[in-house]
Each structure stands twice: as structure tokens, then as C-alpha cells.
Design a protein around this ligand. Structure first.
Ligand code: MG
Length: 308
């Protein structure tokens, strides 16, 4: 197979996020043995689950990412207020599911106008990482310090915690390395190991991560096991979601990294055909536009705040 282009890998990442969300939502909050009893191996986009979804319907993981992506595109800059407003509009539209920390952050913004939550030991959920992809696409050419800054601007609207920040940055850098044409999974493994060296909590080789919670550490342990113990996009996502627990979000994060690494060509056609066509169209519209944005440090502040 010829090497996948940046566009193919970026589309793979965004569609991978949506497909991991749609696939995982069916088995969210289930134990692995319950999944096995019901489906054998859960490997089809079939909807259902505790949210009673239609086949191919996505949840907050994907729709928050789309809200963030649209905020970046509309502002043409890294504008925390535009992002917070987009999240507030997203909540007002009554999404199918809303995380506790996400809701609290949006209400905090509505009440105070502040786009950053105070630092909290309780904010180490996976809700900032699950939606980080548009930032990774829009900052592909930026240096690491700016990618880190951009991740934190979007994350801190709802989640302000060092482990969430580290996860957002690592996942973004893994997506970006893949977009640049990476063909060796060991490079991604090295990036995961670097995260573990900085924050040993993330060690993913101690035990099998079954029934992962919404704690970002459990989420990434599951994602990394799935990513590094399989050899295709499809295998990776099946491995991850069949662990149950917060399966829509482990699926979404695994989907964005594996989708970037294996490219659009690695995504099963049968899954893509099932994906909600409005979501697919929105992803196909946003992806090239986010890459074109090419945010770097010059766009640190939105144009509306320029004095000249
Ligand atoms: Mg969800």
C-alpha cells in the first residue's frame, strides 16, 4: 500500500474518533464478560447501549470535538471564548450525553465568563482529551510548546489537571507525528513511554486494563494496550471497546490515534457506511479547513483582541 497522505491520515483520525465513539457507545459501562455474553466479540456498528443509539450515531466525544473544530474555524485563531461559547451552545442543544466535569465547566463559564477552571484534583477525567483532535489538526506545523499551550486552552475550559493536560498533549503529538507520515509504531510507543516517564501513573504494562473508568489514566492505559498490541485500525478499536467501561471514549481516543497512523485506507468500509452521514459530512468539511488554519504562535491571541 502506498504511504497515506496527510489528508488521508487526518480524515482517518477524525473519522476514527467518530467510529470509535459509535462502536464503543454500544458497550459503554458494560463489563468485558457481559459484552462477551451478549455479542461474543463486539465488532459491528450497531447502536443501542445505555443511550439507545441508532446504528452509527455518535455521542458527546464526537459532537464536542466538532463544536471545538467549528470554534477554531470560525475564530480563525486560538480563541478560548469562542471555544467556551461553542461548548455552551453545544450543551444548550441537549446532547445525548454530557460528562459531569464538562457540564460543571460550561456552567462555570456561563456564570463567570472565565474560560479556565481553577486547578482541581478532581478534574483528571478524560473529557478534555476525547475532544482534542481539532487542536492537533490546526497546530500540525506549530512547535511543541504551542501545541501544549493550545491543548491547555481548550482543556481548561472544563478540565484543569496535570494528568489531563499531559494526556491531551501526548495524544495530540502522537496524532501529529502520524500525520507527518510515520510508519513505525515504535515511534508512538516511545511517545507513550515518555508520558509514563513523566507521570508513572500512566504505566500501561503492569496489568490488563479491563473495564476502564473515565479517569484519564485508565483511559490511556486501555488505549495504549489496544494500539500497541494490535496491527490494524480495526483490531485496535475492537480490542479497546471490548474492555467495556468508558468504551465510547477509549474508542474515540484510540480511533483518533489509530486513524491517523493507519490512515483512511485502514478504516473498514462497512463501519464507514454505517456512520451518521451528517457527522461524516461535517468531519469531511472540517478536516481540510483545520489543516489549512495552520495555527502557530503568531495566532496566540484572536484578531478581535488586536489593538491595531
Ligand atoms: Mg460519550
Amino acid at each position: 500500500m502506498p504511504p497515506a497522505s496527510i489528508e488521508s491520515r487526518a480524515l482517518g483520525a477524525y473519522l476514527g474518533l467518530a467510529l470509535g465513539d459509535a462502536l464503543g457507545a454500544t458497550v459503554e459501562f458494560m463489563m468485558p464478560r457481559e459484552i462477551q455474553a451478549e455479542y461474543g466479540v463486539h465488532s459491528q456498528i450497531r447502536g443501542g447501549g445505555w443511550l439507545h443509539l441508532k446504528p452509527g450515531q455518535v455521542t458527546d466525544d464526537t459532537t464536542m470535538a466538532l463544536a471545538l473544530g467549528q470554534a477554531l474555524l470560525s475564530a480563525g485563531a486560538l480563541d478560548a471564548t469562542a471555544m467556551a461559547e461553542a461548548f455552551s451552545d453545544w450543551l444548550r442543544a441537549k446532547p445525548v450525553d454530557v460528562g459531569h466535569t464538562v457540564r460543571r465547566g460550561i456552567v462555570h463559564y456561563r456564570n463567570t465568563g472565565h474560560t479556565q477552571m481553577p486547578y482541581s484534583d478532581n478534574d483528571a477525567g478524560n473529557g478534555a482529551c476525547m475532544r482534542v483532535l481539532p487542536v492537533a489538526l490546526a497546530t500540525l506545523e506549530a512547535d511543541t510548546a504551542f501545541v501544549r499551550h493550545a491543548c491547555q486552552v481548550q482543556a481548561h475550559i472544563t478540565h484543569h489537571h496535570a494528568l489531563s493536560d499531559a494526556a491531551c498533549e501526548t495524544v495530540s503529538l502522537m496524532v501529529q507525528a502520524s500525520l507527518r507520515g510515520l510508519n513505525d509504531i515504535n515511534t508512538l510507543l516511545g511517545m507513550a513511554q515518555k508520558l509514563v516517564a513523566l507521570h508513572p501513573e500512566f504505566n500501561f504494562r503492569r496489568r490488563r486494563s479491563d473495564n476502564p473508568s473515565g479517569y484519564i489514566v485508565h483511559t490511556l492505559q486501555t488505549v495504549f494496550q489496544g494500539l500497541f498490541d494490535t496491527e490494524s485500525f480495526e483490531q485496535c478499536l475492537i480490542e479497546v471497546v471490548n474492555r467495556g467501561g468508558d468504551a465510547d471514549t477509549t474508542g474515540a481516543i484510540a480511533g483518533m490515534i489509530a486513524g491517523a497512523f493507519y490512515g483512511l485506507e485502514g478504516i473498514p468500509g462497512a463501519w464507514l457506511k454505517k456512520l451518521d452521514p451528517r457527522i461524516r459530512a461535517e468531519i469531511e468539511r472540517q478536516t481540510p479547513a483545520l489543516l489549512m488554519l495552520n495555527l502557530q504562535s503568531a495566532e496566540l491571541y484572536p484578531a478581535s483582541q488586536d489593538t491595531d
